[in-house]
Write a protein that binds this ligand. Structure first.
Ligand SMILES: C[S@@+](CC[C@H](N)C(=O)[O-])C[C@H]1O[C@@H](n2cnc3c(N)ncnc32)[C@H](O)[C@@H]1O
Length: 241
């Protein structure tokens, strides 16, 4: 009995690995093409990511809720690049009871998210450094951006706009990814730009780093997983001053 249960677990895990490898293999540098490729993967995205124990949403939710000083009732959160909504599902699982809006550039991912009925509003838009989000200044208590700062996805120059829509005292949690499916030079350049933008924002008194941590993005990987070398992410939590 035990051995067949574990065989089927392994098979399930390998199936999830294949689903996630297929997504990563599809992610070519280049703005809109990358976002479009999620259309092919939206229906199976959760099966792949959850099957490999996607850890980042748990860490994000924990950090965000820790810095939310009062009850989350009536608080507003923004899930940036929300995809199918895994980040918000975890936020709610950990006790957030306010409202969450979603923004993402891929319609099909948002359709999957919509079926979960966890979002107040869903906005489809591709966010570029020139974009203005369709929200007034100082709207949100929490902003989360999980799994979107990577080459061909979201550019670090968009960061100031995310602080604009955050209330003073609100928290912003995000990660820089290191999936290793792109050359390291691109990842290093992205990280350099993010660090430069954040230093400038801190210097101008816009925000302050509260905490950061590194950890495995997926905790259930076999040695054969193609992108295992790049599985470590840096997660940072900022407060808007
Ligand atoms: C790896 S998924 C992460 C989804 C979700 N946050 C999660 O943690 O499961 C990346 C998502 O970011 C979206 N995305 C990437 N770059 C974007 C951009 N510049 N503007 C809007 N959405 C973007 C994609 O459409 C996709 O749904």
């Amino acid at each position: 009995m035990n051995s067949s249960a574990s065989d089927s677990d392994t098979a399930g895990n390998l199936k999830s690995e294949k689903l996630v490898e297929d997504i990563f293999a599809d992610l070519q540098p280049g703005d809109e093409a990358n976002i479009e490729c999620y259309t092919r993967h939206a229906e199976k995205y959760d099966e792949g990511f959850c099957g490999l124990q996607f850890e980042n949403p748990k860490r994000f939710a924990f950090m965000a809720l820790k810095h939310l000083k009062t009850s989350s009732v009536d608080k507003l959160a923004l899930d940036i690049c929300a995809g199918t909504g895994l980040m918000t599902e975890e936020l709610m699982r950990q006790g957030f009871s306010g409202y969450v809006d979603a923004v993402d550039g891929n319609d099909t991912m948002l359709e999957v998210a919509k079926k979960k009925a966890i979002f107040r509003h869903l906005h489809r838009m591709i966010i570029t450094p020139d974009s203005r989000l369709p929200f007034p200044d100082n709207t949100y208590d929490v902003a989360l951006c999980c799994g979107a700062f990577s080459p061909g996805h979201l550019r670090a120059e968009c960061l100031p706009e995310f602080f604009r829509v955050l209330k003073s005292g609100g928290t912003f949690v995000f990660n820089t990814t290191n999936f290793n499916q792109h050359d390291n030079k691109a990842l290093d350049e992205d990280m350099d730009v993010a660090n430069a933008v954040l230093s400038r924002l801190e210097k101008h008194g816009v925000c302050k780093l509260m905490e950061s941590m590194t950890g495995d993005c997926f905790s259930l990987l076999s040695n054969g997983f193609k992108y295992k070398n790049g599985n470590v992410d840096l997660i940072r939590c900022y407060i808007k001053l």
